[in-house]
Design a protein around this ligand. Sequence first.
Ligand SMILES: Nc1nc2c([nH]c(=O)n2[C@H]2C[C@H](O)[C@@H](COP(=O)(O)OP(=O)(O)OP(=O)(O)O)O2)c(=O)[nH]1
Length: 150
Amino acid sequence: MVVAGALFDGDGRLLVARRGADDPRHPGAWELPGGKVHTGEDERTALAREWREELGVDVAVRRRLGDEIVLSPAPAAPPTTPVPAGGPGATVLRCYQLALGAGQRPEPLEHAELRWVAATELDTLEWLPADRELLPDLRAAAQRGAEHSR
Ligand SMILES: Nc1nc2c([nH]c(=O)n2[C@H]2C[C@H](O)[C@@H](COP(=O)(O)OP(=O)(O)OP(=O)(O)O)O2)c(=O)[nH]1
């Protein structure tokens, strides 16, 4: 299980992070900060831990955003065995909307760059492939955030 966090500012801009040029699998790709849930760890606790480690900030983990995305399917099962989407043992990505603690300011402690991006520009980034599936939900959440802050 991988968890990723979506943080919006009052103008509906989303905080996105760029992996380093030396990243072994996805050099220079944009993603939502997060990472793997440790064994026995709660998803929300894992996400708050990752944001402390990667961005140096305390966040509150709010609602789920979008559907779960299958990153790597489970090994093929015999055709007669019914398996849920993605299969047991598949790695999936879940996204949560976040709120930033008072006075906190994210820093790129492990990423090459952080950027606040408007909903209209989300399509232009070189995302990790799976994240493209989240873009409609991210745009909708950005819109809601901008409306609430008016
Ligand atoms: N943090 C994060 N990971 C994502 C996103 N989209 C996506 O496909 N992933 C994938 C990339 C990684 O394979 C995995 C996250 O694991 P990680 O943050 O511990 O990264 P890592 O590079 O050490 O992972 P890995 O090479 O061991 O697979 O999830 C996203 O938006 N945020």
